[in-house]
Design a protein around this ligand. Structure first.
Ligand SMILES: Nc1nc(C(F)(F)F)ncc1COP(=O)(O)OP(=O)(O)O
Ligand SMILES: [Mg+2]
Length: 217
């Protein structure tokens, strides 16, 4: 996982597309220049079985067409079955070492971490990048922890400067810069793009904000 792949990391499930066709939202976001995509199919109304497999395959193929990494959230079997570029798991999604041995050394493994201790453990267990947050308040994840600002990213980056970090939680183009200044390689978003009237424009504006913050570092 090259750090620049984390610059604008779009996360979406079929339930996040504000009533629109999620494939069209993803297509628009990819045209707008998102640098990585995570399929996170969770919550009431989430697709299952054949419908999930069909939707996930369509998302994977769209990402491949645009040369963008396709990451699956939580579901190790789905990630392996689809030949996904990566898998993202949280602290409660299973033993990281076991997951790493299940997916092999080629697949990108992202791990959610909430402090430098969890960051170190994830690195030791084979994580390629960390997702840290929620930086700001979020409505996209009902069981999210309290907003922690950018301090945890700063601490984890100081402790593990070579481990790419992406910030998550309530991030938009107008509040992305502090996340990069704290040491993150990029920002991940759900509703800032999936709820935007023009997802491509939202992706472009986020990318611009991240690039400007990286240049100012
Ligand atoms: N899905 C995520 N993606 C990222 C990423 F790094 F990609 F930005 N960071 C954090 C999370 C949160 O992961 P988790 O704590 O398991 O909760 P959930 O499975 O409900 O998303
Ligand atoms: Mg999870």
């Amino acid at each position: 996982m090259k750090p620049e792949q984390l610059a604008v990391y779009f996360i979406m499930g079929s339930v996040n597309a504000a009533g629109r066709n999620p494939i069209e939202v993803l297509e628009s976001a990819l045209r707008g220049g998102v640098t990585c995509f995570q399929l996170r199919e969770k919550g009431p109304g989430a697709l299952k079985g054949e419908a999930l497999l069909e939707f996930a395959t369509a998302c994977r193929d769209l990402c491949r067409e645009h040369g963008v990494g396709f990451i699956v959230n939580d579901d190790v079997d789905l990630a392996v079955h689809l030949g996904a570029d990566g898998l993202h798991v949280g602290q409660e999604d299973g033993d990281i070492r076991k997951i790493r041995s299940r997916i092999g050394g080629q697949m990108i493994l992202g791990v959610s971490a909430h402090d430098a201790g969890e960051a170190g453990a994830a690195l030791a267990a084979g994580a390629d990048y960390l997702g840290m947050g929620p930086v700001y308040g979020t409505r996209s994840k009902p069981d999210a922890r309290e907003a922690s600002g950018t301090g945890l990213i700063r601490d984890a980056h100081a402790a593990h400067p070579d481990l790419p970090i992406v910030g998550i939680g309530g991030i938009r183009a107008d509040n992305a810069a502090p996340v990069i200044r704290a040491g993150a390689s990029g920002v991940s978003v759900i509703s800032a793009i999936s709820h935007a009237s023009d997802p491509a424009r939202a992706a472009r504006e986020l990318h611009q904000a991240v690039e400007e913050a990286i240049m100012e570092k």
